[in-house]
Design a protein around this ligand. Structure first.
Ligand code: HEC
Length: 105
């Protein structure tokens, strides 16, 4: 019975990939992922109250003069120290990078 569950779990994913178009980075999707997966350690949004003070906020990362979303997306495919391995897809990494870019504005 695993097959049916796996199919049901993948369905919304397949749908959202089609809906957003392959490889067009979607900052709104990045925001959703950041709040779900990164907010435990990083300050991911201006309205977030608590983060870990030792971890750079997404706004500070996005503001760096050498910020580059493509490089950041590549960086995210390889988990950084202390970050759990989330097995991000290229699309997810690009969406997160696009979102972090908006936080630096
Ligand atoms: C368990 C805590 C934790 C989680 C969850 C986490 N991070 Fe991090 N992150 C850190 C720490 C700690 C650092 C600083 C690492 C260092 O300086 O070596 C860091 C650094 C970074 C950096 C690089 C900052 C720099 O100085 O270049 C980026 C980008 C980043 N995280 C993005 C993310 C994204 C995107 C997510 C969610 C998918 C995430 N992190 C989830 C703890 C976490």
């Amino acid at each position: 019975m695993i097959g049916l569950h796996a199919f049901a779990a993948l369905l919304p994913l397949a749908f959202s990939v089609c809906a957003t178009g392959a490889l067009a980075a979607d900052a709104a999707n990045g925001a959703t992922m950041a709040k779900r997966w990164c907010a435990a350690c990083h300050l991911v949004a201006a309205d977030q109250r608590q983060g870990n003070p030792d971890v750079p906020s997404f706004a500070s990362i996005g503001k760096r003069p050498n910020f580059n979303s493509e490089k950041l997306a590549l960086f995210l495919l390889d988990p950084h120290p202390k970050m759990p391995n989330m097995g991000l897809s290229r699309q997810e990494a690009a969406d997160l990078a696009a979102y972090i870019a908006t936080q630096g504005k």
